[in-house]
Design a protein around this ligand. Structure first.
Ligand SMILES: [Zn+2]
Ligand SMILES: [Zn+2]
Length: 258
């Protein structure tokens, strides 16, 4: 079964769907699902926005957990929060820990003003430098989320995440992921844009060329109608790039049977 490994429900303050709605949507799409609520220590615009009661979350999820409904968490890592991030990953018996970078140099990549005064290449480098530092120093996660996260919000409209903007840093990031046997997420949010796909394919192919083997597929849904969105496009990209789609259960990698 295909698994949508990235979505947000009741415990993510920016989500508009309940767990029950997400489960119904995944059943309708005939996909398995992993809920990955947001956890971000010291979020720059509001330090407690993405902090919640981990025990309450785990208890609620446990009531619904099954072979096709699994319990994850998306941990937004920052250079200065890594010790705390490790504790969160180990705090519950999660099925899946998704490692994310939502901030670089203590600035929120969601906010347009964080790109002011930076060239596109400088913004990409800042994102990659912090990503490399975080995954080199906090390894308790299973997959690296949305490598193109900043392109959703940045000010360089009509531009994409180009390998040529920082080849040595992309390579370094991929080599750390590969050495630690981590998967890379194919996030489907921007897969309605062929130019975004073209730029991402270059990156995923480079990941594979350096020895990367595994990818996860994730919609990053915050609305029920987005659960399972564009999994077919993501599967085609995985195939084109020679990556094996996986999901995680009890923190163990499972190969997706399609
Ligand atoms: Zn995220
Ligand atoms: Zn997310």
């Amino acid at each position: 079964m295909i698994f949508d490994t990235h979505m947000h429900c009741d415990f993510s303050t920016d989500s508009s769907m309940t767990l029950e709605e997400a489960i119904a949507a995944a059943e309708k799409e005939n996909v398995g699902m992993i809920v990955t609520e947001h956890w971000d220590y010291d979020y720059p615009t509001n330090p407690s926005e993405f902090i919640f009661d981990l025990n309450a979350y785990y208890d609620k999820m446990s009531k619904f957990r099954s072979d096709r409904v699994l319990i994850g968490i998306e941990i937004g890592m920052q250079v200065h929060t890594l010790e705390l991030d490790k504790n969160v990953a180990a705090s519950q018996k999660f099925d899946y820990v998704l490692g994310s970078i939502h901030c670089a140099k203590r600035k929120d990549l969601y906010e347009e003003y964080c790109y002011e005064g930076l060239t596109r290449q400088e913004a990409v480098r800042a994102f990659l430098e912090d990503s490399i530092y975080c995954i080199s120093n906090q390894k308790d996660y299973d997959a690296f989320a949305h490598i193109d996260y900043l392109t959703r919000y940045w000010i360089y409209k009509g531009e994409y995440l180009y390998y040529a903007d920082a080849p040595e840093l992309f390579d370094e990031l991929f080599k750390v992921l590969i050495a630690d046997n981590k998967a890379i997420e194919i996030n489907t949010r921007r897969l309605d844009d062929q130019k975004a796909i073209d730029a991402l394919v270059v990156l995923y192919k480079r990941f594979q060329e350096l020895g990367g083997k595994y990818c996860t597929l994730g919609s990053d849904a915050h609305y029920a109608e987005h659960v399972g969105r564009r999994m077919d496009v993501a599967l085609a990209i995985a195939k084109e790039c020679g990556l094996t789609p996986v999901y995680f259960k009890n923190r163990q990698m499972q190969i997706v049977e399609v």
